[in-house]
Design a protein around this ligand. Structure first.
Ligand SMILES: *Cc1c(COP(=O)(O)O)cnc(C)c1O
Length: 381
């Protein structure tokens, strides 16, 4: 047997990453059984999970909403929206200030869907005025898409203002809320959202296995015949659920069992606003602890989300990220490398089953490793 399998659960490292993330023991143990994809018990559970997801988002079938789980990671859900819901002559504007905005552009490139990209620097939010200018000068645009919390840096983009610009001009508004949904309240109607994509393994604190696509039913039904992909056909997936209650192809059975439990735990915690409060506290503790050690956050305060935080790497030549990462991991904490193009950073996520004592233990471990590595940091306060 692989050695790591014999570690007691308590010694498994904590993930300070934006997903997959640390899940509760009860979420993990919910997977210790097998479920038949045809069996009515499992399909009743899938229907129940979909109902609870609509409630969680504050939307309903009566007001025209649907939620469609789709096998695969979050990217599959984003790709499914574009592959299914952009008409053959449609054109998408992407707002990008990081890797996930760029990924949407890549998806459109692969699908040969006409698009243009409004880029802003990674430390600046998407600009609604730039979107307005582009939409006013290009009438062929049908869809606008952006990333709510750009996980590359942790920056929050102004979805409410972007949505207003898009809706005022009659465009379909698509939001990748992968790393924020469930960990921050999002008002679908006041943001003018038409499609929102989330994932099983981020702020809902389940395990990987599927994405969640919230969609206005009328827009989904209107896309009949447009799907450029069979397995990523969102309308086909919805029809599957409505015809026989099933995922069209092999469902991620164990992830669904875990997700059902994760949803219960989100409800028990007090819902999205209570979870947001825990994340906000964890985020503040990370900033305070890291600043005490002399680290500098990459983003200015007003732009930061409470999901994940980027820090500049110390300038001391004795600091080498992989060495730092390995030593912190040996103490039981998994950090996340940076993804920013212009400077060296690393990231600390705080979503997942992490509490104040875990954050304090992480900061202590980082302090210990810096001392071992003899890295000097200028104190910022
Ligand atoms: C995690 C994430 C995704 C999806 O990534 P996968 O690796 O496919 O799960 C997409 N957008 C954002 C903003 C994310 O944080």
């Amino acid at each position: 047997m692989n050695e790591s399998f014999q570690l007691p659960v308590a010694r498994h490292p904590l993930l300070f990453t934006p997903g997959p993330l640390t899940t509760s023991l009860s979420v993990k143990t919910a997977m210790l059984r097998d479920a038949g994809s045809w069996h009515f018990d499992f399909n009743r559970l899938v229907a129940d999970v979909r109902d609870r997801l609509l409630k969680l988002a504050g939307v309903s079938r009566d007001s025209g909403w649907e939620v469609v789980p789709l096998q695969g990671s979050g990217t599959f859900g984003v790709e499914a929206v574009f592959q299914t819901c952009v008409p053959p002559t449609g054109k998408v504007v992407i707002l990008s200030n990081g890797a996930y905005g760029e990924r949407m552009a890549q998806i459109l490139h692969h699908a040969r869907i006409s698009h243009s990209v409004i880029r802003s620097p990674e430390n600046q939010p998407n600009a609604p005025a730039q979107l307005a200018d582009l939409l006013d000068s290009d009438a062929s645009v049908t869809h606008v898409a952006c990333v709510h919390c750009e996980t590359t840096t942790g920056i929050l983009n102004p979805i409410e203002s972007l949505g207003e610009v898009a809706k005022r001009r009659g465009k379909v508004f698509v939001v990748d809320a992968m790393s924020s949904f469930g960990g921050m309240p999002i008002d679908f109607e006041s943001c003018g959202i038409d499609f929102l994509i989330a994932s099983s393994n981020k702020c809902i604190e389940g395990v990987p296995g599927f994405s969640l696509v919230y969609a206005r039913r009328q827009l989904l039904l209107a896309s009949e015949g447009w799907a450029r992909s069979l397995s990523l056909d969102l309308l086909g997936q919805l029809k599957g659920f409505e015809n026989n209650g099933q995922f069209r192809y092999t469902p991620p059975t164990h992830s669904i069992l875990a997700f059902d439990q994760a949803l219960r735990e989100l409800e028990a915690e007090g819902g999205v606003s209570a979870r947001a409060e825990r994340y906000r506290r964890s985020h503040s503790l990370i900033i305070a602890g890291m600043e005490d050690l002399g680290f500098r956050p990459y983003l200015e305060t007003s732009l930061r989300s409470h999901i994940i935080t980027s820090f500049h790497q110390p300038e001391d030549p004795k600091f080498e990220f992989m060495e730092f990462y390995r030593r912190v991991a040996d103490l039981g904490f998994i950090l996340y490398p940076g993804k920013i193009s212009q400077c060296n950073t690393f990231r600390i996520g705080n979503i997942g089953r992490l509490f104040e004592s875990d954050i304090r233990a992480l900061v202590r471990a980082i302090a210990e490793v810096l001392e071992e590595m003899q890295v000097g940091l200028p104190l910022v306060r």
